[in-house]
Design a protein around this ligand. Sequence first.
Ligand SMILES: *[C@@H]1O[C@H](CO)[C@@H](O)[C@H](O)[C@H]1NC(C)=O
Ligand SMILES: *[C@@H]1O[C@H](CO)[C@@H](O)[C@H](O)[C@H]1NC(C)=O
Ligand SMILES: *[C@@H]1O[C@H](CO)[C@@H](O)[C@H](O)[C@H]1NC(C)=O
Ligand SMILES: *[C@@H]1O[C@H](CO)[C@@H](O)[C@H](O)[C@H]1NC(C)=O
Ligand SMILES: *[C@@H]1O[C@H](CO)[C@@H](O)[C@H](O)[C@H]1NC(C)=O
Length: 571
Amino acid sequence: MIRLGSLLSLAYLLFPGAAAPSAPQWKFVEKGNSGIVGLEAIVVSPTLAIFFDRATNDPLRTPDGKVAWGALWNLETNKATPLKLKTDSFCASGALLSNGTMVSVGGNIPAAADLNQTGAADGRMGLRLFGPCLDPNGVGEGCTVFEDLDNLKLAETRWYTSTARIFDGSLMIVGGIHESTPFYNTDPVNNFEFFPKKDGGVPRPSAFLERSLPVNLFPRVFALPDGKVFMLANNQTIIYDVERKTETRLPDLPNGQRVSNPFDGTAAMLPLSPPLYIPEILACGGSQVSDTTPVENLSSQDPASSQCSRLTLTPAGIAKGWTVEHMPQGRMMPEMILLPNGQVLITNGALTGYAAVASIGVTTGNSNADHPIFTPILYTPSASLGSRMTQKGLPTTDIARLYHSSVTLTPQGNILMAGSNPNGNVTIVPPGQPGFSSELRVQTLDPPFMSMARPTLSNVPSKIGFNQRFTVGIDIPAGVSTSSIKVALMDLGFSSHAFHSSSRLVFMDAVLSPNKRSLTIQSPPNNRVYPPGPAYIFVTVGETTSTGAHVMVGSGANPPVPDQGIRLAGQ
Ligand SMILES: *[C@@H]1O[C@H](CO)[C@@H](O)[C@H](O)[C@H]1NC(C)=O
Ligand SMILES: *[C@@H]1O[C@H](CO)[C@@H](O)[C@H](O)[C@H]1NC(C)=O
Ligand SMILES: *[C@@H]1O[C@H](CO)[C@@H](O)[C@H](O)[C@H]1NC(C)=O
Ligand SMILES: *[C@@H]1O[C@H](CO)[C@@H](O)[C@H](O)[C@H]1NC(C)=O
Ligand SMILES: *[C@@H]1O[C@H](CO)[C@@H](O)[C@H](O)[C@H]1NC(C)=O
């Protein structure tokens, strides 16, 4: 059989004047204007993402003429439409519940100077509910944010809090700060609460949050496949048992590496694979500066950490401790995106400085960070230590994505990037002045397969149960080898402050039918391996990945939902 590649090179030999065929490659593509700074991002349907910003002076207006600070971003038309909010969603987090509703959690006191144009209320106890957005046309018609602060609010005021969907489909809400602070967490909320409420709504105090001050904003929190929760803040780590209410201390991040805000590194739980679903945590970047350094001694020129630390969460892995490797450069505020083929994309951020705005001794304009990094890194978890990271073949952009930017994998399979605003409001920095303008340009980073023939899925069930076998149709492009097929079940996460809450990839075993027209897939064994809720199924055949098919994992019932499926040995 003659491969297409050899035919093309033959054509090239016969017609030397013809342009060399360009192989599909990674590329940045500009996709229009977000209307508001895309400071937080979450995919809420196969065609829509939501961006949230601070209630301030964004250009987008709601129909009543007020400034918008929420927007629906259409992934197909690349257009932003305003979303009317009541409370200030500045520096909130969020996630999807087991019933598919998106919840945005916590926020800020709106700036008084902007109140006339926003009409925003204090968002620190905010719970903003959206969807599920069932608009059949996929444009979000009739899909609105629901807020009712009299009857629906947090137990505590929380700014810079983290959120994770746990095994019963509800949200665990971790830490934060009560009031505005310019930098360190000086007014901490050292406890956990849940939505819907547990314990009669009384928050649970946490020694871990106490111990990780003052660099513990936006703790990096992961629902483990046994139902417990791994947490990382500053250089401290624990496993929290939600059911027994106990914290088990794990080894500190090595070499003084600190990865939560305002020393933002990032962390991800690497893809989980059957049959054992052994969780591994990867934490990259941030700072190795002491957390007792007075703010006036910090500079936007201080080098960020290049360290990545990886820990396997088994008794043997914990005894072995963190394994250290290094990115090609230090990164403050990196972002990590799990890709459907099991690789991890590391992107965004700066070579030097810290998170936050105009709050340290030496800034660059308003920015606490400087020297944006314009080229992403690909990390291959299964490669051997020292050869997991590469920037080869990855493109370079000229759009800085610094503080207050967001990035998420989309159901289309590319990576959506928005925001960056190391300023107090929407600000254009004149040329020649130090600092970085507010960024409204949206981009995607497109993997090579976006310009190749891709596998397509059909007859994907809208709902899948746990520990079940189901069959989907697949159309594999001619010439694509089927020797490697990976089926990923993914939560795309909620992107805020260099962290993707609830982001998750669970691989599912699958068998291709002899005629290569259908795949029989085994769903995750239980609701702890994949907390019940929405997901996208991506199938990667060789080098190409399908678009993500939306499914509801579990019954779609309101949280908390009971345990389902079969337990893994040892759970
Ligand atoms: C808000 O609007 C009112 C009425 O137009 C005006 O008197 C007031 O000064 C404005 N406040 C601010 C903070 O701009
Ligand atoms: C973690 O940070 C604390 C507080 O700064 C410090 O005392 C401790 O030595 C650090 N741990 C490691 C392993 O660097
Ligand atoms: C902070 O800077 C001052 C002035 O340069 C210096 O005296 C002091 O030792 C520094 N403190 C720390 C903790 O680095
Ligand atoms: C933006 O922030 C600057 C500096 O804090 C302030 O002077 C200005 O009034 C703000 N503009 C708007 C439109 O809120
Ligand atoms: C999903 O569950 C939450 C928590 O119980 C509830 O507030 C929300 O209304 C539910 N969504 C739908 C669409 O029923």
